[in-house]
Design a protein around this ligand. Structure first.
Ligand code: FES
Length: 155
């Protein structure tokens, strides 16, 4: 039997140690990756939807326009400081409010809830203002922006 040369032995030891070290690094890397995935919160992608609700010049100052989105009423109101868009669903028990142009207010016929032109409660049982949507004006068009997480008139 041939006796190993010291040089061969060193090489084999080196390769064994290198291989063991590499395996350790790979194992630790895999473990660290799992830890990182476990402790890193998932990014939630929030989609925004834009709905065209009016043209800027079609609603005179102080007037409102009612439209329907997914079967639910939405009111676009032209105020001194711009456009506001409200859900037409009463915040009391969910009846549909009406825009009363002569009284400059929203009125809920179910329990006589009253909201002013800015959607704030001014009378009756509604516990809070009408839901308001984020408005974006682009050139001559009025849009509302709704995210998936928002409660929209269609949810
Ligand atoms: S549902 Fe509108 S006031 Fe009750």
């Amino acid at each position: 039997m041939e006796k190993e040369q010291p040089e061969q032995s060193n090489r084999r030891d080196f390769l064994l140690r290198f291989g063991a070290f590499g395996a350790l690094i790979l194992a630790f890397g895999g473990f660290a990756r799992h830890l990182l995935v476990y402790f890193t919160p998932k990014k939630q992608v929030v989609k925004t939807h834009k709905y065209l609700v009016a043209k800027v010049d079609e609603i005179p100052l102080g007037k409102a326009k009612e439209i329907t989105i997914h079967g639910k009423p939405v009111f676009v109101v032209h105020l001194e400081n711009g456009f506001k868009v409200f859900s037409g669903v009463c915040t009391h028990l969910g009846c549909i409010v009406k825009w009363e142009e002569n009284n400059d207010r929203f009125y809920c016929p179910c329990h006589k809830g009253i909201f002013d032109r800015t959607g704030q409660v001014v009378g009756g049982p509604p516990p809070r203002a009408l839901d308001e949507f984020k408005v974006a004006i682009d050139k001559n068009l009025v849009f509302i922006e709704v995210t998936d997480k928002m409660k929209g008139p269609w949810t």
